[in-house]
Design a protein around this ligand. Structure first.
Ligand SMILES: *Cc1c(COP(=O)(O)O)cnc(C)c1O
Length: 415
């Protein structure tokens, strides 16, 4: 479409030709809403309410404690972990579902630092997601061994590597800009410097092709409630490369990471492999919901998901340029499609009230401080025509300055 303007009719045609179009019906989306925030909280799969209801009434209500065995509750973390593993190029028995992403970062980072006991630097990106950096700070303080956090810009990572770096901890797709690291190249650079590579896949799993084994990553964590559609607060996951399983030790030594939890031994013995990453009793209802989302993601061929994601992010950015020029928006997501995930971020000085006005009109994205309008593109349920309609709404909000209305100014607790 280079040089030609995009029309709604052309986008309708793309929807008719879209091989992923049938997936939209697998999700329950409210009328009158264009949902461009699946990178923050994925939509509800239609199958989830009945499945969770059955887990509550049949497995819990009738099966009671017997369901730990009879309904396979105790197998859920490894089973769902194995399914997520297939989405991210992880070999069998190398992914565990547990805890939140933040807690898994703590566990993985501590394990990574312990693999490099002579080194004291955690290298990360200044604009990494804050929880990742906060966890690293807190862990360094707790260890009390002089670990420091070295923060650089994304493009300075390779140059900041030296023989003091114990762990390189990066988020594959940046939450703020949507920029994506070259996982293979960065991992190789970290390894050349002798460092352990820890990836956060919060904005990658289910959204972009990931092959942890091919990239030779050491450790990874990720999120269940974003592109995996596991529901609010869905448990997260943790990966350790099989070649590390003999050596890796996770710091939270709860009973479910014990080699024999029901032997009730007085002293901790770690379970072999990734099972040692478990800590306490798994959140069965949340895992049940997460499995539905992961199963849908496994049905969708990742090559088709990526192709549609890139087409849609490109169209969205081009439409914004075509329809909203002169209104102070700046594209901050890389224009090179190989360098971005599945979102478009636009900077604007009035980003907060603009997003409030968009949401009031049924176009749901989100705001990221200080000035980012963030639009997540989830190819399984976003249509091409919705992109047109969303950008028309954005144009209207900007052209009429509707965002200056007082009701859009107040800050909310969650943005
Ligand atoms: C969403 C996200 C998290 C979320 O962590 P929680 O523990 O689930 O709150 C962490 N890191 C990154 C990079 C994220 O995008």
């Amino acid at each position: 479409m280079a040089g030609m303007s995009i029309t709604r009719a052309a986008l309708e045609q793309l929807d008719r030709e879209d091989p992923l179009a049938p997936f939209r019906d697998r999700f329950s989306l409210p009328d009158g809403v264009i949902y461009l925030d699946g990178n923050s909280l994925g939509a509800l799969p239609r199958a989830t309410p009945a499945r969770v209801a059955a887990a509550v009434s049949r497995e819990w209500g009738e099966g009671l404690i017997r369901s730990w065995n009879d309904a396979g509750w105790m197998d859920l973390p490894a089973r769902v972990g194995g399914k997520i593993g297939r989405l991210i190029g992880a070999p069998p028995d190398s992914v565990m579902v547990a805890d939140s992403t933040s807690v898994n970062l703590f566990k993985a980072l501590a394990a990574g630092l312990a693999l490099r006991p002579q080194r004291r630097v955690i290298l990360s990106e200044r604009r990494n997601f804050p929880t990742d950096l906060y966890i690293a700070e807190g862990l360094a303080t707790l260890l009390g061994q002089g670990h420091t956090l070295r923060l650089v810009e994304a493009e300075e990572i390779a140059g900041a590597l030296d023989d003091s770096v114990a762990v390189v901890m990066l988020t594959h797709v940046n939450y703020h800009t949507g920029a994506m690291h070259d996982m293979t190249a960065v991992t190789a650079a970290a390894h050349r410097a002798g460092a352990v590579m820890l990836w956060d896949l919060a904005h990658s799993a289910g959204a972009v092709p990931v092959d942890l084994a091919a990239a030779d990553a050491d450790l990874a964590v990720g999120c269940g409630y974003k592109f995996l559609n596991g529901g609010p607060g869905a448990p997260a996951f943790l990966y350790a490369a099989p070649r590390l399983h003999a050596a890796v030790r996770f710091p939270l030594t709860g009973w479910l990471g014990h080699a024999a939890p029901f032997a009730f031994e007085p002293s901790y013995r770690p379970a072999a492999g990734i099972a040692g990453a478990a800590v306490g009793t798994p959140p069965v209802l949340s895992l049940t919901a997460l499995e539905i989302g992961v199963d849908i993601a496994l049905e969708a061929p990742m090559a088709a998901v990526r192709e549609k994601s890139l087409r849609q992010t490109t169209i969205f950015a081009e439409l914004v340029a075509q329809e909203c020029a002169g209104h102070g928006l700046n594209l901050v997501t890389p224009t090179d499609p190989t360098r971005r995930g599945s979102q478009i971020s636009l900077a604007h000085t009035e980003a907060w009230p603009i997003m409030r006005a968009l949401i009031a009109r049924g176009v749901i994205g989100d705001f990221r401080a200080p000035d980012i309008l963030r639009f997540g593109i989830t190819p399984l349920y976003v249509t091409h025509t919705e992109l047109w309609d969303a950008v028309q709404t954005l144009r209207e909000v900007l052209a009429t300055k509707a965002y200056t209305a007082p009701e859009y100014q107040a800050k909310l607790k969650v943005t």
